[in-house]
Design a protein around this ligand. Structure first.
Ligand SMILES: NC(=O)c1ccc[n+]([C@@H]2O[C@H](COP(=O)([O-])OP(=O)(O)OC[C@H]3O[C@@H](n4cnc5c(N)ncnc54)[C@H](OP(=O)(O)O)[C@@H]3O)[C@@H](O)[C@H]2O)c1
Length: 251
């Protein structure tokens, strides 16, 4: 049985907690959070500690806090020679170098409090400060997922940039699309079937092949109509920039 302590009580920690509790090969030792009171998402079965010095010996310490706090929190941990792990795509492994045993376990997925995702299909990018720690982290990651990849910090950063564009930017585009409808007193749900089909198509073809629209077709008449309509809108620059980008990518 591999035992894990979770540090942080946010979105990823919540999803890891559920996954660990569901898996008979894993045991959740403690969860540390800075809140005085046990956060409502944390199962009553788990010991909740609010003093980091009360962390007990574990095989792994998962630091699931905001990226900018990882190093500060890492420096406060007594790891009893367990492996200290961070879960960030954009943070170098070196921020954990104070610990003899350390590494990275980055699940390339978006997590929320209401997501009920199985980790089995989630790519997990791993890195470690030694061969032996890498094999221990690999063994652990294999319990979570069928898709485990060894990757160094600079390549992981590239994956994080790609994930940010694919997920955060796409979602922002949808927020913008809905806002344009609402500003014109049109029910935003009208666009939902199109949004679902946009992502569904990726099961059948590449994103490049799936691209449609006036920018791809070089349809200047439609683009001009759109620009005229958007002239006083906050989305004018975004529309121009993305249109330019689609055109240059298709050359
Ligand atoms: N969510 C995702 O989709 C996702 C995906 C892959 C990787 N990750 C990585 O997972 C890590 C956690 O991200 P998240 O999305 O779970 O973040 P989150 O939901 O924003 O939660 C951040 C957590 O960090 C805690 N925290 C921040 N500063 C702290 C400090 N100084 N001391 C103690 N706790 C502190 C917060 O405590 P309070 O609740 O008290 O504010 C909160 O529990 C990050 O490294 C992120 O890059 C996230």
């Amino acid at each position: 049985m591999i035992n894990i302590s979770l540090i942080g009580t946010g979105r990823l920690s919540f999803n890891l907690m559920n996954e660990i509790l569901d898996n008979k090969s894993l045991s959740l030792n403690q969860i540390y959070g800075r809140s005085k009171f046990r956060p409502k998402n944390i199962s009553d079965q788990i010991e909740y500690i609010k003093e980091i010095k009360n962390l007990k010996k574990s095989d792994f310490y998962f630091i699931a806090v905001s990226d900018i706090e990882i190093e500060t929190i890492s420096n406060k941990i007594n790891s009893y020679d367990g492996i200290v792990i961070h879960l960030s795509g954009s943070t170098n492994i070196n921020v954990l170098s104070i610990h003899k045993n350390h590494g990275v376990f980055y699940p390339l997925q978006t997590f929320s409090y209401d997501s009920n995702l199985s980790f089995k299909q989630i790519p997990i990018l791993i890195e470690a400060n030694s061969k032996i720690n890498l094999s221990k982290i690999k063994k652990l990651a294999d319990i979570f997922s069928k898709k485990v990849y060894k990757m160094n910090s600079s390549k992981r950063l590239v994956c994080h940039i790609s994930a940010t564009i694919a997920n955060n930017f796409s979602n922002h585009m949808i927020v913008s699309a809905e806002k344009i409808l609402e500003e014109n007193k049109i029910n935003k749900s009208i666009i939902k079937p199109l949004i679902f089909e946009t992502f569904n198509k990726l099961n059948k073809m590449s994103a490049k092949d799936a691209q449609t629209g006036p920018a791809l077709r070089n349809d200047y008449i439609t683009i001009e109509k759109h620009l005229k309509q958007l002239v006083k809108s906050d989305f004018l620059d975004l529309y121009k920039e993305v249109t330019k980008n689609i055109k240059s990518n298709e050359l």
